[in-house]
Design a protein around this ligand. Structure first.
Ligand SMILES: Cc1cc2nc3c(=O)[nH]c(=O)nc-3n(C[C@H](O)[C@H](O)[C@H](O)COP(=O)(O)OP(=O)(O)OC[C@H]3O[C@@H](n4cnc5c(N)ncnc54)[C@H](O)[C@@H]3O)c2cc1C
Ligand SMILES: *[C@@H]1O[C@H](CO)[C@@H](O)[C@H](O)[C@H]1NC(C)=O
Ligand SMILES: *[C@@H]1O[C@H](CO)[C@@H](O)[C@H](O)[C@H]1NC(C)=O
Ligand SMILES: *[C@@H]1O[C@H](CO)[C@@H](O)[C@H](O)[C@H]1NC(C)=O
Ligand SMILES: *[C@@H]1O[C@H](CO)[C@@H](O)[C@H](O)[C@H]1NC(C)=O
Ligand SMILES: *[C@@H]1O[C@H](CO)[C@@H](O)[C@H](O)[C@H]1NC(C)=O
Ligand SMILES: *[C@@H]1O[C@H](CO)[C@@H](O)[C@H](O)[C@H]1NC(C)=O
Ligand SMILES: *[C@@H]1O[C@H](CO)[C@@H](O)[C@H](O)[C@H]1NC(C)=O
Ligand SMILES: *[C@@H]1O[C@H](CO)[C@@H](O)[C@H](O)[C@H]1NC(C)=O
Ligand SMILES: *[C@@H]1O[C@H](CO)[C@@H](O)[C@H](O)[C@H]1NC(C)=O
Length: 507
């Protein structure tokens, strides 16, 4: 695929490219000055309270890059004005931040350039008649739950309140009710967004339908979303769920329990994940589960083997609403000064696959972490299920599953995460470790005959290719939509960060 380049940008790129870094910085400085002249109250420079507050709102320390200036738009018109200026100025690179929870450095912030921080656009309005929540694209999931629950409604949203609506939803989104209702992106009835030419457009089932599908899984390739209209649904009562911490002696039993859960009859009310966390300081692995059952009168349903795994050190299963669970979870996942990096892969369930992957991780992780013990590292391995795709073609997403696929029954996706204090050699080793582990897990899945190849965008590391993993046909569609709505490739080249359709290759 080839995006033609506007000659003005090309010229400017060549000129600046041929001169020094200092001159390139000047280019960005003058772009910030021009932005200040059109949006005087929304541009923030280093060493001010608002700039600092934006930087410290990134949850993981590696994401706190320092842009030349930060734009905090208040309206779609402001976003449009910023896009027009950035485009016309030529080459100033920019980044867009929703909730800031994507762990890949540079996906939501930029060192020399402009960061558009959407956090001021976090209003949520509930349209009672249609049960639609109109959500500003800078909202966090807690903002949404806080607004909809007083109406006895809920939405397909994040399970931890501090996560952003924008990144989560454009990457797919796995929610409390996803086992019965599908991906969070499938509940979007309309996206309002700013296109490359500055137009404020709607994308929905009847208007720009190709763009509507592309935005459900295609992240930031097509425009800057300013509002999500989410189909809410009645919250019939509290749900059951919470965290269980198991004794380390239950490590292998928890793998068996998850395998049994995943291999038995599909239960559309059972959601959540199981995690093993290894901490090198204590040389201990802590197995935990974080689960929900959305029909509490039938609990624990298919969760039975997991919640009955013993010995348990702590059992926090309780009833509460999504709003309460999301809020309590946020208190546990506070902004930290740790680096947090992750990668993911997907495989089909089999009697042995989870055991083999868990054993490979458990065997390799202590020596890798011990070699960098001074960075106080920990690693987690997590297994969870993928939601069902839309069951008819009325409103397809771009994730690559067909209406007849049953990924919710067949597929498991894993996350591997490293946490550590800043240390250059640890960072190098753990980033390389992510790659090595994903290769090792994929090799095991292949050997076991359970490969999938699908990669969940929201937990993918930058070296992975989730858009390519959607398959040749979907990727082709995404590329065509990007070219149609952004022929000059503004969101491919000037908007840095994110997985780019222009760089993706189908398997
Ligand atoms: C603690 C925690 C819990 C999580 N829980 C879940 C979970 O329950 N289920 C799940 O599926 N995932 C979960 N995730 C993963 C989460 O979905 C991703 O991290 C997601 O990217 C976060 O969205 P964000 O808006 O906070 O991210 P950001 O980092 O702000 O954005 C991610 C990407 O989206 C782009 N983007 C942001 N705003 C816009 C916009 N307005 N228009 C266009 N592009 C935009 C950015 O440029 C960036 O490339 C969790 C992550 C964390 C850290
Ligand atoms: C910026 O431009 C000025 C001239 O306008 C030049 O003197 C300077 O070296 C450039 N770089 C920086 C970092 O100021
Ligand atoms: C902003 O942060 C920088 C770096 O941490 C600090 O030196 C500066 O004092 C802060 N400025 C304000 C206004 O808080
Ligand atoms: C929500 O449900 C509760 C309990 O059933 C009820 O008392 C309350 O009036 C409802 N609120 C709205 C806004 O419908
Ligand atoms: C779809 O977009 C059109 C054109 O902007 C708009 O008139 C219509 O209200 C939108 N539909 C929904 C469901 O938002
Ligand atoms: C907990 O695990 C430790 C270490 O694996 C083991 O020594 C201990 O006996 C276990 N405790 C219980 C109650 O099983
Ligand atoms: C960590 O614990 C394992 C047993 O679980 C033990 O074999 C190993 O020697 C321990 N490593 C260190 C560094 O103590
Ligand atoms: C949330 O935390 C509060 C305070 O610890 C507790 O009382 C409540 O039961 C928790 N609710 C849920 C759903 O976790
Ligand atoms: C590992 O355990 C030690 C001791 O309990 C604790 O201080 C540290 O914060 C843990 N490290 C991580 C990264 O969780
Ligand atoms: C597709 O599914 C949606 C939601 O389940 C439903 O509203 C719609 O009527 C269905 N359309 C067709 C064509 O079956």
């Amino acid at each position: 695929m080839h995006f033609s380049t506007p000659s003005r940008c090309l010229l400017s790129c060549l000129l600046f490219g041929a001169t020094t870094l200092a001159s390139r910085n000047n280019d960005t400085v003058s772009t910030c000055e021009a932005l200040s002249s059109i949006l005087p109250t929304e541009i923030f420079y280093p060493d001010t309270d608002t700039y600092n507050a934006s930087i410290s709102s990134y949850p993981f320390i590696q994401l706190r890059l320092h842009p030349t200036c930060i734009v905090r738009p208040k309206t779609a018109q402001d976003v449009s004005a910023a896009v027009n200026l950035l485009r016309d100025t030529g080459c100033t690179k920019f980044a867009v931040k929703g909730g800031g929870h994507n762990a890949n450095v540079g996906f939501n912030n930029i060192e020399d350039g402009v960061t558009i921080d959407m956090q001021s656009m976090n209003e949520v309005e509930v349209v009672e008649a249609t049960e639609v929540a109109r959500v500003g694209a800078g909202a966090l999931w807690q903002n949404v739950y806080d607004a909809v629950e007083p109406h006895n409604l809920t939405v397909l949203g994040g399970r931890i309140g501090v996560v952003g609506v924008a990144g989560f939803t454009t990457g797919g989104g796995v929610s409390f009710f996803s086992p019965s209702r599908g991906w969070a992106c499938d509940a979007v009835v309309n996206f309002e967004l700013v296109l490359a030419d500055g137009t404020i457009a709607n994308a929905n089932a009847t208007s720009n339908a190709d763009l509507y599908a592309a935005l459900k899984g295609g992240q930031n390739n097509f425009g800057i979303i300013t509002r999500f209209d989410l189909q809410a649904f009645p919250l019939e009562g509290p749900i059951w769920g919470g965290r269980i911490a198991f004794n380390s002696s239950a490590e292998a039993d928890l793998v068996s329990a998850f395998t049994e859960f995943k291999s038995s009859a599909y239960d559309p009310h059972a959601a959540g994940w199981v995690t093993w966390r290894y901490n090198v300081t204590t040389n201990q692995t802590t197995p935990t589960s974080i689960l929900w059952y959305t029909k509490p009168e039938q609990k624990p349903g298919a969760l039975k083997p997991i919640v009955e795994t013993k010995p348990q050190l702590m059992n926090g299963m309780t009833t509460g609403t999504p709003r309460e669970f999301a809020k309590n979870a946020s208190m546990v996942v506070k902004t930290s000064n740790l680096n947090t990096i992750w990668a993911t892969t997907t495989f089909k369930i089999s009697p042995r696959i989870c055991h083999r992957i868990h054993l490979a991780w458990k065997t390799a992780i202590p020596s890798l972490l011990s070699a960098h013990a001074s960075s106080n590292p920990a690693s987690e391995l997590t297994f969870q299920s993928i939601p069902p795709p839309p069951r008819n073609d009325s409103s397809p997403n771009s994730l690559g599953f067909s209406a007849t696929d049953t990924p919710e029954k067949d597929l498991v996706f894993l996350q591997i995460v490293f946490y550590y204090n800043t240390d250059a050699s640890a960072s190098k080793a753990f980033n390389a470790g992510l790659k090595d582990f994903i290769k090792m897990f994929d090799d095991i899945a292949e050997d076991e005959g359970v490969s999938s190849g699908w990669v969940y965008l929201n937990f993918a590391a930058r070296f992975q290719d989730p858009l390519g993993s959607y398959g040749r046909e979907q990727l082709g569609k995404l590329k065509r939509v990007a070219r149609k709505y952004d022929p000059r490739g503004l969101f491919q080249k000037q908007l840095v960060g994110g997985f780019k359709v222009s760089a993706a290759e189908a398997l």
